[in-house]
Design a protein around this ligand. Structure first.
Ligand code: FES
Ligand code: MG
Length: 563
């Protein structure tokens, strides 16, 4: 059995005692005298994204045993987007602590990180990076697409589109219920380029997951074969001592950002990759992210920015054709979990075949990057816009601010007939950041006020300190840092102020002079600290801003390198 165990008395007695307990489950000495591979079980009855976890554990265990190891599955927190109050982001760091400590607490020579939903992959990688035991990721895989009256649909880009049509009176209650049955027609993660898909592609690019691991659908036999191969490889990385810090290097993160951008990926990936890198002492510089953004075209034609679904990307060859197209822009010598470099993996993969999901470099969907980092007096430490999902006509826009104080205020007034709002105004939401939300809800997709929606208005400039679901679209500025609840200038915006957005110039400005802003700042009453206990206390006092990945400050080691 694994030597690295806490001691009860002498080392020999310590192992003797543990063996006695593990043998209660019927293990023989022969079974126990092998490399131990922990398998993290993130399934629960609340989690449809992880509903295949039991099957994948079974297949991974088979792989571990075929390779001569002994598998040990163990649970950690299970997070799913729909059932994680107040937000799954708020709980991501709790899960990362859980993952880190349970990897450390229990004897294991390697660990399989198994999960797929938006916050699960980041939490697994954050915890594993900190524990730094040889680790390999296996995602649960994307769900299949559904269809409604002949039209292909899927969670959750189409959720919003159809709900918008229902709000505008175009779809009846019966019709919207039919749509509801088809949005998530199988288990697995959201089938568009949302955060889960984005993080899966990012993780495969980082090299912490086997090639082809990102896109294989959740319900396919091939996903179980991947699990078996992951189990086999886990035993080998234990022997090789292939720890996460050897794989997740600054160059690997640069590659991951390139792929996220080329995939038209979720804005949330910026925060998660920053958090994962931070755990390894790698500081992600947002200006560098913007630079990468400018040079990387969007090549993947997937919803919400394009037309296809994850199952189509799988049929087009998965991540491999994208890596091939991006090859001239990637750092191909990064070591991956196969023991080979990213470039070697790509060269060894099946040849590409004609397909329409991944465009060639010469014929991109968007020439510039899918994401841009904005700065200005209202966002001194940055804000993000998903250019690929924005309306080009609104990317340079001046408008009158219509301010919502928080989520409750937004819910109360957005559909009011009395709301003083026109199509050229800029909707402002604050106190929805990491602290103010709390947990930075995906509220940045502020709905179009009902009276404007009924007039046919489909998009407006919307700005906030919140996040946005990777499956949403619109001219939406997110992650304004520092957030209002931390005293950021977003807190000082008043109704009727003029805000100007210029995405090409990377500017977001509040057209109010510095003297007036200072007057407002000194007049502002400091928010009283809410009474906190338990995890809320930990979160409130230690959560960092978006530019530090919204991780807990004490979980981030001193930065030793920069991406
Ligand atoms: Fe889990 Fe979308 S809710 S991936
Ligand atoms: Mg999501």
């Amino acid at each position: 059995m694994h030597k690295n165990v806490a001691h009860y008395g002498d080392a020999g007695f310590s192992i003797y005692l543990r063996k006695a307990f593990i043998k209660a489950m019927g293990y023989t000495d022969q079974a126990l005298d092998r490399p131990i591979v922990g398998i993290i079980d993130t399934g629960s009855d609340y989690n449809a994204c992880h509903r295949n976890v039991p099957d994948l554990i079974e297949a991974a265990k088979r792989g571990v045993m075929l390779a001569g190891g002994i598998p040990m599955a163990f649970p950690v927190i299970s997070l799913q987007e729909s059932f994680s109050h107040p937000t799954s982001m708020y709980l991501r760091n709790l899960m990362a602590l859980d993952v880190e400590e349970m990897i450390r607490a229990q004897p294991m020579d390697a660990v399989i990180l198994l999960g797929g939903c938006d916050k699960t992959v980041p939490a697994l990688l954050m915890g594993a990076a900190s524990a730094n035991v040889p680790a390999i990721l296996l995602v649960t895989g994307p769900m299949s697409a559904g269809s409604w009256r002949g039209e292909k649909i899927g969670a959750c880009t189409d959720c919003r589109r159809f709900w918008g049509r229902h709000r505008a009176g175009e779809l009846s209650r019966e019709e919207i219920t039919e749509v509801n049955d088809e949005l998530a027609p199988t288990i697995g993660t959201c089938g568009v380029m949302g955060t889960a898909s984005t993080m899966a592609l990012a993780a495969e690019t980082l090299g912490i997951m086997l090639p082809d691991g990102a896109c294989t659908p959740a319900v396919f036999a091939e996903r179980r074969r991947l699990a078996e191969r992951t189990g086999e490889r886990a035993v080998q990385i234990a022997a090789e001592g292939l720890t996460p810090d050897k794989i997740m290097t600054p160059a690997a993160f640069r590659n991951a950002f390139r792929v996220v951008l080329a995939a038209g990926g979720s804005t949330n990936a910026i925060i998660h990759l920053t958090a994962i890198a931070g755990r390894l002492g790698i500081e992600v510089d947002l200006d560098r992210v913007d630079e990468i953004g400018r040079e990387i075209p969007v090549l993947v034609d997937l919803k919400p920015t394009g037309q296809h679904y994850m199952e189509d990307l799988h049929r087009a060859g998965g991540l491999t054709p994208l890596l091939r197209q991006l090859s001239p822009l990637l750092e191909l010598d990064c070591l991956t979990i196969t023991g080979k470099s990213l470039g070697e993996n790509v060269r060894a993969a099946r040849p590409d075949w004609p397909q329409t999901v991944v465009r060639p470099l010469e014929n991109p969907i968007h020439a510039g990057g899918g994401l841009a980092i904005l700065k200005g007096n209202i966002a001194p430490r940055g804000a993000v816009i998903k250019k690929a999902a924005a309306n080009a006509a609104l990317c340079r826009h001046r408008g009158r601010a219509v301010v919502f104080e928080n989520l409750a205020d937004l819910a109360d007034r957005i559909d009011s007939v009395d709301l003083d709002v026109g199509p050229d105004d800029i909707l402002v939401l604050r106190n929805a950041g990491p602290k103010g939300g709390p947990g930075m809800p995906e509220a940045g997709y502020i709905p179009i006020p009902k009276k404007l929606a009924q007039q046919g208005v489909k998009d407006m400039v919307r700005i906030s300190d919140a996040r946005m679901s990777g499956t949403a679209f619109g001219t939406i500025v997110l992650h304004i840092t520092p957030e209002a609840a931390e005293g950021g200038p977003l807190a000082l915006v008043e109704n009727g102020d003029v805000i100007s957005l210029d995405v090409n110039a990377r500017r977001l400005e509040l057209e109010v002079d510095a003297v007036e802003l200072e007057r407002r700042r000194s007049a502002a009453r400091k928010a009283t600290e809410p009474v906190q206990r338990g995890y809320a206390f930990l979160h409130f006092h230690y959560v960092t801003q978006a530019d530090r990945g919204c991780d807990l400050a004490f979980a981030i080691p001193p930065y030793t390198s920069r991406m």
